[in-house]
Design a binder for this molecule. Structure first.
Ligand code: ADP
Ligand code: 5GP
Length: 245
């Protein structure tokens, strides 16, 4: 049976742009989400339809090498309070004793224009964003190969004081406990392998899994990478890490 032609599929109006997606990436501190999300941005920020990083607001001190407005908007606790009072946050949370929040307006504007937005937020932020935009959200969790490697990556990064690193390690187990709230789990053992999975997850969400003449990426192959990752035992690995095995 033919389906009736609806107003939204009327060719005279031109194609309706696909709404953008919130690509929400979480992990315990040090597991590699910043490295992986930066790489996805490097590859796709200038592509069509475009991928942008959601620059959060925070009250934590700026680290060497971080740029205000690129990595975070660094603001005072009083400014953060004002933003809450004005209802400007889609979500906000305390993480490691500091405040972090995501502004609502830029996200809604990007999604409506068909652009994807990538987020580096903790499990609380991920949960709040997915509740606010249930149909637009894709939640991805990055797992460390093991907890000793996580500790050594945090120490090697050397961007935090020793007592801050210890606090982050204690919090890592709490964050790991939320792995089952995510649609995809990626073990960041080898960086190139982990990136190839993240890339495949992103592209199949954006363009589907069947190859299309208008899309240069080999979507069938990418879908196989996503399937392979599902069957790779990442879930059992996550359970072992949180001591649930
Ligand atoms: P997060 O954003 O999750 O806190 P980062 O991306 O800052 O983590 O990574 C923490 C440290 O580990 C960085 O020094 C980074 O270069 C390093 N790193 C990330 N992924 C890998 C990997 N697969 N192998 C080795 N080192 C890695
Ligand atoms: P860091 O201080 O290492 O940059 O980030 C600490 C934690 O805060 C990370 O788990 C990061 O994902 C999280 N985070 C960063 N921005 C936000 C935000 O806007 N909202 C929430 N809920 N968490 C955030």
């Amino acid at each position: 049976m033919m389906h009736p032609v609806t107003a939204s599929s009327d060719a005279s109006r031109g194609p309706v742009p696909q709404r953008g997606t919130l690509i929400i990436v979480s992990s315990p501190s040090g597991a590699g989400k910043t490295t992986l999300t930066r790489r996805l941005l490097e590859e796709f920020a200038a592509a069509t339809p475009g991928l942008a990083f959601s620059v959060s607001y925070t009250t934590r001190p700026q680290r060497p090498g971080e740029v205000d407005g690129r990595d975070y908007h660094f603001i005072t606790p009083a400014e953060f309070e004002h933003m809450i009072e004005r209802g400007e946050f889609a979500e906000h949370a305390f993480v490691h004793g500091n405040r972090y929040g995501t502004a609502q307006a830029p996200i809604e504007a990007a999604l409506t224009a068909g652009r994807d937005v990538i987020f580096d937020v903790d499990w609380q932020g991920a949960s709040a964003l997915a509740a606010r935009w249930p149909n637009d959200s894709l939640k991805i969790f990055i797992l460390p190969p093991d907890l000793d490697i996580l500790a050594s990556r945090l120490r090697t990064r050397a961007t935090d004081a020793p007592e801050v690193i210890e606090r982050r390690l204690r919090k890592a187990i709490e964050e790991l406990g939320h792995f089952d709230e995510y649609q995809h789990l990626i073990v960041n053992d080898d960086l190139n392998r982990a990136y190839s999975v993240l890339r495949a997850v992103y592209l199949t969400r954006r363009f589907g899994s069947a190859d299309r003449p208008d899309v240069a990426h080999r979507l069938g192959e990418l879908a196989a990478v996503v399937e392979g990752n599902r069957g790779s035992g990442a879930e059992a690995h996550a359970r072992r890490l949180v001591g649930r095995a």
